[in-house]
Design a protein around this ligand. Structure first.
Ligand SMILES: *[C@@H]1O[C@H](CO)[C@@H](O)[C@H](O)[C@H]1NC(C)=O
Length: 225
């Protein structure tokens, strides 16, 4: 009797209407929860007409879980510049891109939407414990590279010749912002800049470079006294 009443809405059944209203609100909140508010969509997605709704949901969810994992932006840059396919680097491809401000990690993912940053940071630290941002014609860069070559470390330092990249200005701007070191070379050991050639040579001079490299997980094979 009671249930029948509920199913047939008649005049003057305000509790049912209220319940319906609550149901509609609840459904709306569920919708917001699962699909994300359109106001939170990143600017790049808002203008992307070719992206399906499903994909947007996926991307929004992905970026949510990425921000849950706190990753230093430098690893984003390292991921981008150590990638094998150079044409994939995208710094500066969007008009709204501003390298002087913190960059969304998704831009560093080089097309990999579901990149697990926590895993990637481990991988970057293991495969490329030393990354040298260099300029191919710069004598200071050469001095740093020569010194590291004398240590003959394994894994070998990853040398990035920034001037040979299409996004040289963007990479330099991001690197300066993140490391507060504006010149080349810029030697990065496990995500931290130790400075340039002078700092590297100072570590060598006071005999702490070998230890620094070994602590970063490298094997020194060079005959360094
Ligand atoms: C060696 O030189 C580096 C760079 O100048 C300095 O940071 C470090 O404290 C020095 N270490 C020792 C053991 O003198």
């Amino acid at each position: 009797m009671d249930s029948k009443k509920r199913l047939s809405p008649g005049p003057g059944t305000s509790p049912i209407r209220r319940r319906r209203f609550i149901l509609v609100i609840a459904a709306f909140l569920c919708f917001i929860y699962f699909f994300g508010s359109p106001f939170r969509l990143p600017a790049t997605l808002r203008n992307a007409s070719g992206v399906s709704r499903a994909k947007i949901v996926h991307l929004v969810k992905g970026s949510k879980s990425q921000t849950a994992v706190k990753v230093d932006e430098i690893y984003g840059l390292l991921n981008l510049v150590t990638g094998d396919s150079e044409h994939e680097h995208i710094l500066g491809h969007t008009e709204s891109f501003d390298p002087t401000k913190p960059v969304d990690m998704a831009l560093y993912a080089a097309g990999k939407e579901d990149l697990d940053w926590k895993e990637r940071v481990e991988e970057l630290n293991t495969r490329y414990p030393v990354v040298v941002f260099s300029k191919s014609y710069c004598p200071y860069s050469k001095r740093a590279k020569d010194l590291l070559a004398a240590y003959d470390v394994s894994p070998p330092p990853k040398i990035i010749e920034v001037d040979l990249r299409d996004d040289a200005i963007q990479v330099k701007t991001v690197l300066t912002r993140l490391t507060h070191h504006a010149t080349f070379p810029n030697v990065i050991i496990r995500g931290k800049s130790i400075g340039g050639s002078d700092q590297l040579h100072a570590l060598h001079a006071n005999r702490s470079l070998r230890r620094t490299l070994e602590k970063a997980g490298m094997t020194v094979r060079g005959d360094i006294s």
